[in-house]
Design a protein. Sequence first.
Length: 138
Amino acid sequence: MIEYNDDWRYDLKVGQDGESFIAKLLRKGNDNFTVEVKLDKAAHRTGNFFIEYESRGKDSGLKTTIADYYALMTADQNFVLLVSTEHLKNALRAWQQKCVDQQKPPERTWQKRGGDGKTSVGMLIPVGQLVQEILRSM
């Protein structure tokens, strides 16, 4: 249970403790880690994230990243989902299989065209579904 304290120094210490915890969690013993940040211009309106894996006929985005973590952010910056790249990939593989099993149209789910001039291909997944799939993949 969180205790109330009106001393800003106490609140600062609590915030710094949280920051240290998150930094240690992400580092997992490493001094360095990388985060790829993807800002989705429509997610805050549509409730879906578009996660690119191909552009102009070549692997890109999630398929080529070397980042340890992915941060998916809405354009209004009111929502950020930070997840290990490994768990994100596993979650999206599960989502693709679910779409195939349920005979959902690939062009509307896991082979969605998007980006500038619709030259990219990615997965379109509802934010809630993405969170569920990530949790299942852990």
